[in-house]
Design a protein around this ligand. Structure first.
Ligand code: HEC
Ligand code: HEC
Length: 631
């Protein structure tokens, strides 16, 4: 009996000790570690709702609302006091901008009942921002910082405020000060790392994620961020290794599953990827990132038909958030617009979009394809239409999420050509299918047989021909004339038949003299004006491709080349140009000078290559266009 009591006392003491340590973690901003301690405390004292409520506060600050909800449920089940429960749920309302009558008068009471001043203050600042009241957020922040200028939480929130206003430099310097004051401030360090990552300062970003992992071992943001960066550098094995401990846990979080799914997608292990995306789909049916990633994985696994509904849902969700935004804007201008208020209420109600939510992210696997050898059109529908569209118009379901956009196979010129007239030969197209276009979502089709690739290439050419024919007929119809069949045939042939192939000479190993001569030509030929003196590109001019879309020159140092980096491919890109893009054919140069230029381009390239995601490529391209416009 006595032994029982002292064991109980020991457990109780350990639980109190865990709560005590968690409080310390929370004060220094190490929220995941605090949550970890608290789940230990709950385990030791299963009937006590206190640790659940504290844990809820941690998740709320990290904005992990699923976990927050679970903790609140658990605290309720343990008969937590109504006052403490409502303090936590009120803070959640405030933080998400759903202020209730008298919220500001509650501040003192919340602090007296044990909430930390920093937590309450941060909830108000976030709430004002969420309800678009930046003036109040600023007023509140200024007051807070006047009282405690060295409070890392306040400085962090000032960073959040600047980020909200779109001022990256200010945000970065505030996040930096916050982690200097409090090196374990998890949210500040994660925000700093993310900001650096968004600016492609990958080394610095990686170092911050690594530091985050070291200082806050329970935080997932550190390893997940490290893995994302390793992925951009195509170091997939290293990424997998860093994620391994998190991936092995039985309660994998959404972020971890999403990251694992992306690693496997990029490694070409699509069924593994699809499994992870299935795990990430924990009722978060409207998550655009998840849906897009899962859709791309399915498309790459030749399950295009199943990918389609996912892309539809992405469009739905984006359309819905656009509508929400418009209604909110309308209500700011005309607060009395009852119809808009009602519509907004409907859109934001938890039942909105149930129709699309009734589909889960991942449908069951498709039946294996029949074993008759499929012909061009069928192969095309299965492997290519998700991106290039059923008819080859470049408007497949995935297209709008990709950058660069998939080629319109009926209208656009092809980039990878080896002929003197800039038309892709059958071998060029087969070659492109075999190796893909590195740095874009056009992947290599190494699993298809040589015959199948030939079929596909021929089918692509028939689409091209049909497209040209259609344009001729339309042009004639506009003039009120009947198209001349003989003329059309000549035109179609001319535009889709590759003339003489360009002869590629033997290109030897890199040598210093050739590189030196190449560097001189590089400047003389004006390559510098688009690719920059150091090869990494220049912010201007704003370049457009023939389809009128924003494009940018290749970063010759860090990026992969679409035609690959073999000397012979680079030679062809220089001699033939890349039709449809601003990159010119250097048709007047002699063989020797071209070889020198190839050698110079090769000498610039550095490993590992930068592998950006679709969205990142888009951001880089449009940011440059944007900079150009505002300067
Ligand atoms: C995941 C999306 C995706 C799939 C699937 C896909 N492509 Fe592409 N494809 C692209 C993108 C994006 C580009 C444009 C890349 C660029 O502009 O740099 C492209 C470009 C091309 C080009 C132009 C090559 C050139 O030299 O300009 C051809 C031809 C092509 N794809 C054929 C196919 C065929 C055939 C298939 C099926 C076997 C296929 N693609 C599957 C995304 C895809
Ligand atoms: C008017 C601007 C412009 C000039 C001048 C220019 N380029 Fe380019 N270059 C581009 C653009 C844009 C691309 C990317 C095209 C695309 O992928 O859509 C590119 C792509 C490249 C590539 C990558 C090929 C691949 O397979 O992806 C190399 C290499 C290259 N350029 C080298 C050169 C050299 C060497 C010169 C000088 C002889 C030069 N460029 C002149 C704009 C230019």
């Amino acid at each position: 009996m006595l032994a029982g009591i002292s064991a109980y006392a020991a457990i109780r003491a350990t639980s109190i000790w865990a709560v005590y340590r968690a409080t310390g973690d929370m004060n220094s901003g190490a929220l995941s570690d605090a949550a970890d301690q608290l789940s230990w405390a709950s385990y030791l004292a299963p009937g006590d709702p206190g640790p659940d409520l504290m844990r809820a506060a941690c998740y709320r600050q990290m904005q992990q609302m699923e976990s927050w909800r679970r903790c609140i449920e658990s605290a309720k089940a343990k008969d937590a006091s109504a006052a403490l429960l409502s303090r936590e749920t009120n803070l959640e309302r405030i933080q998400s901008g759903r202020f209730y009558e008298g919220a500001e008068q509650d501040i003192e009471g919340m602090v007296e009942s044990g909430a930390s001043m920093q937590d309450v203050a941060a909830a108000f600042v976030r709430g004002y921002l969420a309800s678009d009241d930046t003036a109040k957020a600023k007023l509140f922040l200024d007051g807070w910082l006047k009282d405690s200028p060295n409070d890392a939480h306040a400085v962090f929130m000032r960073g959040v405020y600047w980020q909200w206003l779109g001022d990256r430099d200010q945000a970065e310097s505030q996040f930096k000060s916050a982690v200097e004051m409090q090196p374990r401030h998890e949210l500040a360090r994660a925000a700093l790392a993310r900001l650096l990552e968004q600016q492609h300062l990958l080394d610095r970003s990686y170092a911050e994620y690594e530091e985050l992992r070291r200082r806050c071992p329970a935080s997932e943001s550190g390893p997940v961020g490290m893995s994302r960066i390793l992925r951009q550098r195509t170091q997939l094995d290293a990424a997998r290794e860093i994620m391994a401990p998190l991936a092995a846990r039985s309660d994998t979080s959404r972020d971890v599953a999403l990251e694992m799914g992306q690693i496997e997608t990029e490694a070409g292990r699509c069924s593994e990827a699809i499994r992870w995306f299935g795990l990430a789909d924990n009722g978060l049916a409207d998550d655009v990132d998840l849906l897009t990633a899962a859709g791309v994985a399915l498309a790459l696994a030749d399950r295009a038909a199943e990918a389609a509904p996912l892309f539809d849902r992405v469009s739905d969700t984006i359309a819905r958030s656009g509508k929400t935004y418009n209604l909110q804007a309308q209500l700011v201008m005309v607060p009395s617009d009852a119809a808009a208020a009602e519509q907004l209420r409907e859109l934001l109600s938890p039942d909105a979009g149930t129709q699309s939510q009734s589909v889960t992210v991942l449908p069951p696997p498709q039946m294996p394809a029949a074993s008759v050898p499929p012909v061009g059109r069928e192969l095309y529908i299965v492997h290519c239409s998700a991106c290039h569209g059923v008819d080859g118009n470049g408007d497949g379901r995935a297209a709008r999420h990709l950058w660069p956009r998939p080629r319109n196979l009926r209208a656009d010129r092809f980039r990878l050509v080896s002929s003197t007239n800039g038309v892709a030969s059958n071998e060029d197209i087969v070659g492109c299918l075999k190796t893909g276009m590195p740095g874009t979502s056009m992947k290599a089709y190494s699993s298809l047989s040589g015959d199948e690739l030939e079929e596909l290439a021929r089918y692509v050419t028939t689409m091209q021909q049909a497209g040209i024919r259609r344009r001729c007929e339309n042009a004639a119809a506009e003039e009120g004339e009947q198209a001349d069949e003989a003329e059309i045939k000549i035109l179609v042939d001319r535009l889709t038949t590759a003339e003489k192939p360009i002869h590629v000479p033997t290109i030897g190993n890199l040598n210093a003299e050739a590189v030196q001569r190449g560097k001189v030509s590089y400047v003389k030929q004006g390559c510098k004006s688009c690719h920059g003196a150091d090869g990494v590109g220049v912010p201007e001019p704003e370049l457009k491709d023939d389809e009128g879309r924003v494009t940018r020159s290749r970063d010759l140092v860090h990026e992969p080349f679409k035609g690959g980096k073999q000397p012979s491919s680079i030679y062809l890109r220089l001699a033939a140009g890349m039709p449809g893009t601003p990159h010119p054919a250097s048709s007047t140069l002699g063989v020797a000078e071209l070889i020198d230029l190839v050698q110079f381009c090769r000498s610039l390239t550095r490993q590992p290559e930068l592998a950006l995601t679709n969205r990142e490529r888009w951001n880089v391209a449009t940011a440059r266009a944007y900079l150009e416009r505002i300067q």
